[in-house]
Design a protein around this ligand. Structure first.
Ligand code: MTE
Length: 396
């Protein structure tokens, strides 16, 4: 568990509740027992390896998620690295293989920045459990965050070392160690070379990032160097990056070749046949009110986030909320900045009736793609993007 999130944070929350009325305290304790929320707004899903998601109410507070509230997904240890002595190796189908220190990387290349939403492909995984339980970290909807990242464009670095003909993929490897089925190996993966070179005015195809929200990356977010691949699932944004290999093949690393694929049966053939997931899907989430909130009156303000799919050029066209199980839909207004590869925050005033038992949200993107009512089940629980539902109850 990182030093910023300690048991005392839970204790503080516990003692804060003493001032509340006994009824509220009991309910508050019951909620805490289910999901302790740290002072910075994280819900720790597993301590080793360290995995934590952002409480939904916190997600909606700021368009740029503070680093201390940003979800963490780690498959293995969080390496304790020093800036001194750290090197990035560039190899494979390049004319000039080389090793660069962090200073060489940041001084020899122009600094670039991008605001981009990072989301784990397993975000909302628990919603697949309604069909059949899926293994893995049991994420609700908070494995997502939006941050400003700064570093150097991968495209610039690749142009400098010279990419050879026949190159098609760029592999990344981190410095963490993961043990699976008796084997120990680093986290890694790859992106198509085309994506790496696809810088737009809004965003680099891939950033080699050293800063998050204006400060050096924290250990759990990849200090001192990570990739940020705007539009791609979080797994492609490799933390503790130490090696880049240019190749004519996708990476053989477990997290590209085997995991992060949509399969319904775990056979070597099914895994082989399935393509790696790259772009994340169109999604939207209700952040407030909270599940089981007591609601009263004739109207209610509902708030949340919506994310266009990670394909280049996509934007959110519409967000709609329903209070009658999807019979009628009410438009929401975007309340935040709008940028490519970023979520938007939205708010909607919706009518309430005594029969309202739940709230639903769905988004439509600029290419007229709509979120499905339910996402077809897959074995590893990736890319859930069905209509998000929050149950409410009438205030008594
Ligand atoms: N990089 C390394 N080296 N090891 C990891 O376990 N997890 C990946 C990615 N990069 C991972 C990694 C996954 S699955 C996600 S969703 C993002 O990091 C999460 O980034 P964050 O922890 O900074 O939010």
């Amino acid at each position: 568990m990182p030093s910023s999130i300690r048991r005392r944070d839970f204790l503080k929350l516990g003692s804060a509740s003493i001032a509340l009325s006994s009824v509220v305290v009991t309910r508050h304790r019951a909620l805490l027992a289910q999901q302790p929320v740290t002072e910075s707004g994280l819900i720790v899903r597993t301590e080793t390896p360290y995995n934590a998601e952002t409480a939904l109410a916190k997600l909606n507070e700021r368009w740029l998620t503070p680093t201390s509230s940003f979800f963490v997904r780690s498959h293995g240890n969080v390496p304790k690295l020093e800036q001194k002595g750290f090197t990035l190796t560039l190899e494979g189908l390049v004319n000039q293989p080389r090793q660069l220190s962090l200073a060489e990387l940041t001084e020899r290349f122009e600094l670039a920045s991008v605001t981009a939403t990072l989301t784990c492909s397993g975000n909302r995984r628990t919603e697949f459990n309604r069909v059949k339980k899926v293994p893995g970290v049991q994420w609700d909807a908070g494995a997502i965050g939006n941050a400003e990242w700064r570093g150097v464009r991968l495209s610039e670095v690749l142009k400098r070392v010279g990419v050879q003909p026949g190159a098609k993929h760029v592999w990344f490897e981190g410095l963490d160690q993961i043990t699976e089925k008796g084997e120990t190996f680093p986290f890694g993966g790859s992106i198509p070379l085309e994506k790496a070179m696809s810088d737009t005015a809004a965003a680099p195809g891939c950033l080699l990032a050293t800063l998050m929200n204006g400060k050096p990356l924290t250990p759990e977010h990849g200090f001192p160097l990570r990739t940020i691949v705007p539009g791609f699932i979080g797994a492609r944004s490799v933390k503790w990056l130490s090696r880049i290999t240019v190749s004519d093949q996708p990476s053989p690393n477990h997290y590209l070749a085997h995991a992060y694929k949509l399969i319904t049966e775990d056979t070597p053939q099914a895994v082989h046949d399935a393509a790696p997931i790259y772009e994340y899907s169109l999604n939207s989430i209700i952040c407030s009110p909270s599940p089981q909130a007591a609601v009263a009156g004739a109207a209610l303000t509902v708030k949340g986030i919506a994310l266009p799919s990670g394909r280049i050029g996509q934007a959110i066209k519409r967000v709609e909320v329903s209070t009658d199980a999807g019979e009628t839909w009410h438009p929401a207004k975007v309340t935040s900045p709008v940028r490519e590869f970023c979520w938007v925050h939205w708010a909607a005033e919706v009518p309430l009736t005594p029969k309202t038992e739940s709230l639903l949200v769905r988004a439509v993107s600029s290419d007229d793609e709509s979120q499905p009512r339910e996402t077809p089940w897959n074995l590893k629980g990736y890319q859930y993007n069905g209509w998000h539902r929050v149950t409410v109850k009438p205030a008594s």
